[in-house]
Design a protein around this ligand. Sequence first.
Ligand code: SF4
Length: 48
Amino acid sequence: MPPITALPPGCAYHPRCERATERCRREIPVLEDGTACFHPLAPAEAAS
Ligand code: SF4
């Protein structure tokens, strides 16, 4: 995570997230269905 005083716009993880999209760079994801991510891993992907 970047310092709290230097968070990027959008999702704070987008600079180093391999699943990041343009939406991640613009919008902050909110917690929904147990995750705060626009592109969460499917359960099978998360387990591997
Ligand atoms: S919302 Fe999810 S996919 Fe997008 S940058 Fe954040 S962690 Fe990655």
